[in-house]
Design a protein around this ligand. Structure first.
Ligand SMILES: NC(=O)c1ccc[n+]([C@@H]2O[C@H](COP(=O)([O-])OP(=O)(O)OC[C@H]3O[C@@H](n4cnc5c(N)ncnc54)[C@H](OP(=O)(O)O)[C@@H]3O)[C@@H](O)[C@H]2O)c1
Length: 333
């Protein structure tokens, strides 16, 4: 019997590689999306609006798991309109999914809901795990809005009364992946232009996870009945931003990257219509619960993760059909 996974918000950056992985591992994946395409291949796309119950809720009946990745991108200026959309797109989708699961006759036994490693306090001197990590905003990190969103998001999940469904809040760190749309592509293009050096001293910690480990953690969480509540999905080795910069510059073959001050970053963030907090906040998050449950990371160190991703990106570039065409033409004279 095929095991159906309902994946809300699975059309975005993470959803794109997660749904491929789940399908390759034999799951039937059904996407809930506001813009379904009919010819989406073997992965069915079902319309929903992320706010109201609809026919989509029948997909949950007898399903193996529900995963919710919905949320307006945080890569924007935090003006009033964007703040509202960032908050509501997370809280509303979580609430309506909770209602749908509560009404299901045969609900999914597990629901993994996106959350964020940003929920933890801006910190340099100690690691944040699920049991001892501190939650809260600081003036230095200017992260009050992000913390409010994360808290509200997790609260809606925890308040859903679902006796037959185990709930997990995935406190995910920055996901490093080869495809476009994620933070790694931005970091590598900065390095290419010699701009990827230490920022504001570079002491702030970066928590990150390789896409392969993220997908493996998702399947692990689906299959481990003893894990519920908040779970950090981050490599066990967060590192200072200046060390991350050095690793990416090295892999990109760049001799150095320009140092940038906090003011320079804030100006660049303004011009690029994003927020400096995304890179200035120190996130020193460790995956204590995953490790305690026996999960083993394939990519614990950033050097290995970056090297693997770069190898794939370069491989893709050399497979580019236009490049191949020109190479063949040159070879034929
Ligand atoms: N990327 C990371 O490194 C990272 C790290 C930690 C946590 N997260 C969290 O993980 C989740 C997925 O991240 P991602 O990078 O894949 O995000 P993404 O690329 O922005 O995709 C999120 C999906 O959410 C849906 N969505 C957007 N606005 C919505 C709205 N107003 N109402 C309902 N659905 C909406 C979209 O699906 P449709 O347009 O098809 O409806 C979109 O494909 C997010 O909640 C994010 O906060 C991401």
């Amino acid at each position: 019997m095929t095991r159906r996974i309902v994946l809300a918000g699975g059309t975005g950056f993470i959803g794109t590689f997660l749904r491929q992985r789940l399908a390759a591992d034999g799951y039937e994946v059904v996407l809930l999306t506001r813009s379904p395409i009919q010819n989406g291949g073997e992965i069915r796309q079902v319309p929903w609006d992320g706010q109201n119950l609809g026919d989509w809720k029948t997909e949950l009946e007898g399903s193996h798991a529900l995963i919710n990745l919905s949320g307006r991108s945080v890569n924007c200026r935090y003006n009033e309109k964007n703040r509202r959309e960032i908050l509501e797109s997370r809280v509303d989708t979580t609430r309506i999914l909770g209602e749908a699961v509560a009404r299901a006759v045969s609900p999914p036994p597990v629901w993994l809901n996106a959350s964020t490693a940003t929920i933890y306090k801006h910190t340099f001197d100690r690691s944040m795990d699920e049991a001892t990590g501190e939650i809260g905003a600081t003036r230095e990190a200017k992260d009050a809005f992000s913390i409010d969103v994360a808290r509200a998001w997790e609260q809606v999940l925890s308040e859903a009364r679902l006796p037959a469904t185990r709930k997990v809040a995935m406190r995910t760190a920055m996901v490093f992946a080869a495809n476009h749309g994620g933070v790694y592509r931005t970091l590598r293009s900065l390095a290419r232009w010699g701009l990827g050096g230490p920022i504001a001293g570079g002491h702030q910690y970066i928590s990150w996870v390789h896409e392969d480990d993220f997908c493996r953690a998702v399947e692990w969480l689906i299959n481990h009945n003893d894990l519920s509540g908040p779970v950090n999905i981050a490599s066990p080795n967060p590192i200072p931003q200046r060390d991350m910069a050095r690793i990416i510059l090295h892999e990109r073959g760049m001799p150095f990257g320009m140092h940038a001050t906090r003011t320079m970053l804030e100006m660049a963030a303004f011009i690029h219509r994003t927020e400096a907090e995304l890179i200035l906040k120190s996130r020193r998050v460790v995956p204590a619960r995953l490790l305690a449950s026996g999960f083993q990371f394939h990519f614990s160190n950033m050097e290995d993760a970056v090297r693997e991703i770069e190898t794939r990106i370069r491989g893709r570039a050399s497979m580019d059909p236009i490049l191949l065409f020109h190479t063949h033409r040159r070879a034929l004279g």
